[in-house]
Design a protein around this ligand. Structure first.
Ligand code: COA
Length: 173
């Protein structure tokens, strides 16, 4: 499904059973970003419905022993026919910098293009400098910080990439 992963890792689409496993790694993988409030925010961002109704546009990466190594939760926009959206992505910190995040995005870009989607959008919190650097490196254009974007006091940076201007190098589902 995604061939350009480090040795010992393989990818598949998300499944119902992955819900508790993914929730279980969020705080460690996000390094406790924003403390208890951040932990609550992250858990609420991934209710089970994503694992039920967005499974075929989302991916999980596992080690050979079945341990979770990375995930990407995304979907094709229902209201914007040229757009797809990455909702949440995480890579085990011990694997950072090895191209796993890029491989997940490339897979999602390929899936999006195969469904006629030109743009991919996503957001991150202004505090998440690593996420901003990563998305910029992948070719996304970042907005300025948008105050109260997701509600009072919940600021966000938004990202957009035009897939026709950023050729997908791997195109697999
Ligand atoms: C952001 C994240 C997904 C990146 O995953 P990754 O597998 O480490 O990223 P990759 O190795 O595929 O890196 C892809 C490119 O981004 C760059 N990059 C990744 N993290 C970076 C960082 N912290 N600072 C600067 N550049 C970075 C890499 O150098 C690489 O560039 P290159 O291919 O031109 O050399 C990962 O750090 C993560 O899971 N962070 C915690 C969760 C999170 O913040 N998720 C995003 C918000 S929902």
């Amino acid at each position: 499904m995604i061939s350009d992963l480090p040795v010992g890792l393989s990818a598949r689409h998300l499944a119902h059973e992955d819900h508790p496993r993914v929730l279980g790694v969020l705080d460690t993988w996000w390094g406790g970003l924003k403390g208890a409030a951040g932990a609550t925010e992250r858990a609420l961002l991934l209710p089970r419905l994503y694992f039920q109704h967005f499974a075929t546009s989302s991916f999980v990466v596992e080690h050979d022993d079945g341990g979770i190594a990375a995930f990407l939760v995304g979907f094709l926009s229902q209201s914007e026919p040229d757009t797809a959206y990455v909702h949440f992505v995480g890579v085990d910190p011990s694997l950072h910098g090895q191209g796993v995040g890029r491989a997940l995005y490339q897979a999602f870009f390929g899936l999006s293009q195969s469904h006629g989607r030109r743009y991919v959008h996503c957001i991150t919190s202004p505090e998440n400098a690593a996420s901003q650097a990563f998305h910029t490196r992948l070719g996304f254009t970042a907005s300025a910080v948008k105050p109260d974007y997701d509600g009072p006091g919940i600021d966000r940076v938004t990202f957009t990439i035009d897939l026709t201007a950023n050729p997908v190098t791997t195109c697999r589902q």
